[in-house]
Design a protein around this ligand. Structure first.
Ligand code: GRF
Length: 189
């Protein structure tokens, strides 16, 4: 298998990053994580990235020049896929255009339901029977790109924000990798 060079963008704990790094070491997993970029120099995920000896860089994502530097770093490593994993910055539309169809994200809800932040709170408030996570392509609108894969989890009577977060995140670690396998054979990948 010819693995595709990939980059993961993070801002926080990096538990999804950890699952991706772990899976990417498997012979049959279709991506090789060549670079991790954090928008936050204090992100716990940076330590995880370094534990796996992955190139790790930090950027603020707030100016055009920086965008060019990042794009250059991606080009140098022949990056074919960018996985957003708990990445809290909005990418510029120019950046998204230049990586069209090659940026994916994981979101902790069954999109199109509950875009943005505080998804578990929103789910409980709406008295949803189901929650879950969605892996989707990234376009210029927030949490709106085409869905690649969703995983559903039923909400029990005694669930609260923490229990939902625990269950959904556990599911995310599996779903993100499954979604990557799913798009591996697609024409644009
Ligand atoms: C995940 O729940 C993901 O769905 C959301 O942010 C969280 C990131 O967690 N986009 P982590 O940094 O991977 O631990």
């Amino acid at each position: 298998m010819v693995k595709k060079n990939s980059c993961v963008f993070i801002s926080g704990n990096g538990t999804n990053l950890k699952a991706l790094l772990k899976n990417s070491k498997e012979y049959n997993f279709p991506i090789k994580i060549k670079l991790v970029i954090s928008s936050n120099k204090k992100a716990k995920g940076i330590r995880i990235s370094r534990m796996y000896c992955t190139d790790t860089q930090v950027y603020n994502f707030n100016n055009k020049l920086e965008n060019e530097i990042i794009l250059n770093e991606l080009k140098k490593r022949k990056i074919k896929l960018i996985c957003l994993a708990g990445f809290m910055k909005i990418l510029s539309s120019d950046f998204i255009k230049r990586f069209k169809g090659k940026i994916i994200n994981i979101h902790p809800s069954l999109l199109p339901k509950h875009k943005g932040l505080n998804t578990f709170e929103k789910s409980l408030k709406a008295k949803d029977k189901l929650t879950g996570c969605t892996v989707h392509y990234v376009d210029e609108q927030l949490d709106s790109g085409k869905t690649i894969l969703q995983s559903k989890i039923s909400i029990k009577k005694n669930d609260d924000i923490n229990s939902l977060k625990f269950k959904v995140q556990k599911e995310e670690y599996i779903t993100y990798s499954k979604a990557i396998i799913k798009i591996y054979n697609s024409i644009n990948f």
